[in-house]
Ligand binder design. Sequence first.
Ligand SMILES: Cc1ncc(COP(=O)(O)O)c(C=O)c1O
Length: 478
Amino acid sequence: MSVVRRVAGDETSVEREALKRAVIHAFAHLHGLDSSGIGATKSVDDLRRALGRKLDQDGVDPAQVIDELVADVRGGLNHSQSGRFFGWVIGGGLPAAIGADWLTTVWDQNAGLYATSPAAAVVEEVAGAWLRDLFDLPAETSFAFTTGTQMAHVTCLAAARHAVLAKRGWNVELAGLCGAPPIRILANADRHNSVDRAVRMLGLGTSSIEELPVESNGRVASDTLASALSRSDVATIVVLQAGELNRAVFDTFHALAPIARAAGAWVHVDGAFGLWAKACPQTRSLVEGIELCDSWTTDAHKYLNVPYDCGIAFVRDAASHRNAMTVSASYLPADGSARDQIDWNPEFSRRARGFAVYAALRQLGRQGLSDLVARTRHHARALVEGIGALDGAEVVATSSLNQGLVRFLSPMDGAADFDHDRRTDDVIATINRDGEAFFGGVTWRGRRAMRISVSNWRTTDEDVARAIEAVRDALRKV
Ligand SMILES: Cc1ncc(COP(=O)(O)O)c(C=O)c1O
């Protein structure tokens, strides 16, 4: 029976059945994580065949749609919820966050304004203030819950663009960029490319980016920044890093931020996963002085283990943030006493992301969050050391937080980097094909390496031991 419109008395059972099926499939997925392969096994052609059904004229019963969807995607999902998934910084889903996310879908709130969902507006207000406090950011800091760090960069850099041009008497929201004073962006050379994309989206052009070379430790040196700042007096935004994507390197904010601010520059920090180091006493020193910067981005869908998608933008200069984002229209009711998300976010209509963040923070508490960060750091170190100690493996970079690099050496006589690169890729492919663990690859400083990323609350010592064994096995096979 297809359901295309409400039939009195009928819809509850149809709805209940569809949702019940979804819950059953969800539990089966989660309970199967430990025994099933971690990486996707189907090819793109397999998936196109399975999912590329003919769109019928008549609709399909909702429960059947769910059952068939689950059957059709089988083999096409990465089991990134598993404690042995170490590819990219993906995080997992905490039970309270998943539950709240399900309810967010069922409640189907438009979290654009207080008026469109009072509870969604207030939950963001509360969760944003909790996070500002956990990260120890200045009390005046404003925030926005975005799709991810990418749009959090856009939000923060739009505020930065507003502020540095306003200082030069230019209203960018009104006058645009044609004829505007130039802006240059001094950015850590090892930055994530979402920074460049944000710069593009904001009309600043990537040619406005001047790379700040890093030392061998991956950090920008104070005199490098000072000398770059002194070369020009145009409006400047400095982009620093809290957690570089391969080694989780942290810039020395306590040294760099005062230099940049003294030169009148805005300092933005990419803290997609590294900002969470602030929430743990064992890692807090990595981000010393980060509160001296002007804007910060992070992801809740990485370290906080909420389901995708959820990033967060923080801006010290709340007025510039609001000026860059706000919009009003007579049909949009504004309640002066409430926080309307539309004043801070790049989106109009949007998902109520605050519920899952609120639930995750409540489940963990301050101690649980701190333990999560400490645990992932411990597991990342154990993986790097354990894999690095295997015959034919080499540690490329250890990590101060949750990232590390290893590579695999070709046993051939006279093997060169090219051979080591090929063996590294072959070992990664074999591990992922065997399905006991999942890792990603990267070209780092011209050589192939295997990336180890730990950010899932589920990872245990046993997962780490199993993953090291999986690498040992792959080394025997390749
Ligand atoms: C350091 C860093 N910055 C930015 C991003 C982009 O984040 P998102 O994918 O949430 O937009 C990532 C993503 O992996 C990252 O690792």
